[in-house]
Design a protein around this ligand. Sequence first.
Ligand code: ADP
Length: 580
Amino acid sequence: MRRLFGILSATTVMVVALRIFAAAATAGLVILLGQGFDLFYRGESPDTRWYIGVAGELLALALSTFLVPVVIAHDSQQLTAYHRSKLLKHYLSIGPLAVRRAGEGELVHSAMDLVERSVKFRSSFLGPASAAVATPVLILVFIALFIDPLSAILLLIPTALVPVIVLGFQKRYGGSAGEYRRAQGILSATFLDALRSLNMLKLNGGSSWMGETIGSATERVRQQVMKLLARNQLILLVIDSSFAVLLLASSAALAWWRTSSGAMSPGLGFALIILSYLMLAPVNYVGSFFYIGMTGRAAEKKLAEIQDIPMHPSMANPLTVNLSQNGLFIEDLCASYNNADLALNKINLQFPVGSRTAIVGPSGSGKSTLIRVLQGQLQSSAGIIHDGRQAMGPATLKANTAVVEQQATLFGVSLAANLRLGAPNATDEQLRAVISQVRMDSWLADQPLGLDQPLGEGGARLSGGQAQRLALARALLAQRPVLLLDEPTSALDVHSEADIRQSLRELGSSTTIITVTHRLGLLADFDYVVVMDQGRVIQSGPREQLVNQDGYLKGALNDLSQRTAQLQASGLRALGEGKA
Ligand code: ADP
């Protein structure tokens, strides 16, 4: 499985080196102090080399202690930014359908909380913890070289038990950190849902219900945290105290035995006891191991799972096709979501260059699915889409289509940055031209910062009609041969709708327009009509021909004109009654 991080980053190695350097300086200092004690004990005074040694060790200790937090802080910031942007790129590459399947709340939680935890684990835990594991070995080497080889060998036994116990606990309690992470993910997803649907919840009186759902998700997180904490405290108590007693008691016994037998000086005996205390460093890390280590490892596991979601085929290199020569052709096209029932079932259609086609049909008939396949978002399961000569996959379709959806997606950046999303090299003149094309030039004239005007988060400073017109402007600026529109005016007022229809009518004849609409009253704008039902095309052809031919469209239009007549009649009656 691909891992999010390498085994050890350069900074982690540096932190390990600095920590080991600090431990060596401390051990050296303790031994020098022990030797100094012996000299005083014998009534001698240390020479200059001893003083220089002590000063050097102190300096080395201060330097490495000062550098470690600086290196860690610097590294954390860089790693967090790097991994967030890497994750965001990955979200973009797996495509919107996979993002929805993975859970948007969960993915936001991953980019924020999980990245923070895993970076904390990498930069402030893994380095010092690896150093802490290496420290006892280093101290044993110092004891063997400068104090007493036999004591070093005997102390090796309790020291070797530390990694065995730490690994044992990790194996036993790894699952609880995973449960904690999952509970956190559910809480974030619930919160995101609530934020998105604030209006709806308020209108439908669902706020107390949502409050309860968030409350129970929070309670689950609290329970998992308490579980982790309880285990943490238990481990600290058991390991910390038992190892402290074991190591200190063995070293004190060794010091007493070796000094009384004359194999060790009293000063070095003291040094041995103090050094054995320093060997407890890995045990002190067991506490943070449960907080940062376990949650960090669970976070990394989840992040690695997300990274393993395969890239969408639309991210591949597109082929060069010519949709402005023959048009767009669909043959026996099938598509489905998650291998379930066919949402598109053997579709055959032709879209001549510059044609305007309306796709109509009841809800759930596959209209939006067809648009998704044509824009390269959903991969077809059978059939072929081609330009008359060459077949096109998702990447080629994505490169040749521009899309305007029901709800415009705008960002809190400037107007220009929003428009340039599909055409990064567009000049200011081109931006102004396209803004005028969607009839937003007078609005632009009122903006104090002109093209640099920020649009507010999600285009919050714009009305629905303005936002949709800018979405159309962005699609037009991309200058793709095929323009796909999914009910672009369904949520708009009459004037905004009229403006958008006019802008589309004025488009040059090289752009092929395919629009999903449920408004039969707009059909006059289209040359061709496709009627879909249950994933199939049940009628298609020139509009003039279809409206006169018996079938779904003629029936639906008759139905519409009858209802309009009834409405007008009842309106007139109401007016008459009003007058009376
Ligand atoms: P229309 O646009 O005509 O209302 P859709 O293309 O949205 O219809 O839906 C066609 C079929 O595909 C429906 O049965 C619908 O339930 C299913 N469908 C649409 N979107 C998804 C999705 N994201 N995941 C699973 N099934 C979907």
